[in-house]
Design a protein. Structure first.
Length: 391
């Protein structure tokens, strides 16, 4: 397996092993120094714009709270209305939904004025307006419009398939419909996945990102102007992701940027020019078999990331000399490894991995063990550890 110099882990895996030696794997561990350094770097890269935390990439209230205590962070971007309500009841006073919802039971909770004041829903269709008003007919519900931020070059679409709202005219029309229904239009969101989510692997990628940023800045300015003519000054113009903070924050129209994965730095965020990967989140699997001298088989490991299927979505051994088998990858119950690094592995030893994305492992583990200065300082629950799963 090829290793980019920026992908080499900066955590002392021996220290992680020593600090958690009394615990049986599989287990998840967090390098506290790396987490804090990553939080500081995100704030620095945001260039003075507030950083909103994307909870889908964290799914651990302890980590959210720690980051929110850092000057420069402000608010959470949730992925579920049920999650947003739960966080608001726990004291988070600014929760922006990153996605529309049709969860009527959860939306009905916003009839509570204190929750309605803390939560901002995401919409991109008049159907969302009608559904919200049908469920919450009277409360002053806050909404944000999701605007397509992809790059289109003729028939070529670069970016994710999100909102049908793309132009200033379309955004103004939706804002007018929401305003007429009595909803409070307080913001706009632009997520440029083709910049934030693509490593800088070639000159062509860098040129694409530069062209996309220029196109979006021009279009975003027009959308903001058109919507503000309808509803007045906006509180929120959100953009960016871990991979594009400096690009998004440089636009005067943007009031805040979003990041989540940058706290934990999974492998998909190796290979960016703007920052050096400093992994913080790891998981350990135990060796349970040695079927041949050149293969060590581990228990568990099938924590595959979402997105297009392929090698990039698989977790990766954090030590050199260990490779997944092409015929098996990571398994539902077992994961075989090969390579020179297996020579010293015995049954009962553990192997550390880095996840490809940050959110999926915290859906699988109920506890994250926090390590600092070579010692286990705290064991904290994930959402799952608190009995919460939101999809």
């Amino acid at each position: 397996m090829a290793h980019d110099r920026r992908a080499d882990p900066m955590t002392d895996l021996t220290a992680l092993t020593a600090a958690t030696r009394h615990l049986d794997p599989p287990l998840a561990a967090l390098d506290l120094a790396a987490l804090d350094a990553n939080a500081g770097e995100l704030v620095s890269r945001a260039g003075g714009k507030p950083v909103r935390l994307a909870s889908k990439s964290v799914r651990c209230r302890w980590a959210l709270d720690r980051a929110l205590a850092v000057p420069g962070f402000a608010g959470v971007m949730a992925y579920s209305v049920r999650e947003a309500v739960w966080l608001a009841r726990a004291g988070v006073r600014d929760v922006l939904l990153g996605y529309p919802s049709v969860d009527r039971q959860a939306l009905a909770e916003l009839a509570d004025p204190s929750l309605a004041a803390a939560v901002t829903l995401m919409i991109d269709d008049v159907a969302h307006v009608e559904l919200i008003r049908a469920v919450v007919p009277a409360a002053p519900v806050r909404v944000c419009l999701d605007v397509d931020a992809s790059l289109r070059l003729g028939r070529l679409h670069l970016g994710v398939r999100r909102s049908p709202v793309r132009t200033a005219t379309q955004a103004a029309a939706l804002a007018d419909a929401a305003d007429a229904a009595g909803l409070q239009v307080v913001g706009l969101m632009f997520y440029e996945a083709q910049i934030a989510g693509v490593p800088d692997t070639s000159r062509a990628v860098r040129l694409m990102k530069k062209r996309s940023a220029a196109e979006l800045a021009q279009r975003r300015s027009a959308v903001v102007e058109a919507v503000e003519k309808v509803v007045g000054a906006l509180e929120i113009v959100n953009s960016g992701g871990t991979g594009s903070l400096e690009v998004s924050s440089a636009d005067p129209a943007v009031t805040e940027v979003t990041a989540g994965s940058g706290l934990f730095v999974p492998t998909l965020f190796d290979g960016y020019d703007a920052f050096e990967a400093r992994p913080a989140l790891y998981f350990a699997l135990p060796v349970v078999r040695r079927p041949t001298p050149g293969i060590a088989t581990l228990f568990g490991g099938g924590y595959v990331a979402s997105g297009p299927t392929g090698k990039s979505r698989l977790p990766r051994p954090a030590s050199r000399g260990l490779d997944l088998l092409r015929t098996e990858g990571v398994g539902e119950v077992q994961t075989p490894l090969r390579g020179p690094g297996t020579a010293g592995l015995r049954i009962g030893d553990r192997v550390w991995f880095r996840p490809a994305k940050a959110g999926e492992p915290t859906e699988r583990f109920d506890t994250i063990h926090v390590v600092a200065d070579g010692a286990l300082v705290e064991s904290v629950p994930t959402y799952r550890g608190e009995g919460r799963t939101f999809g």
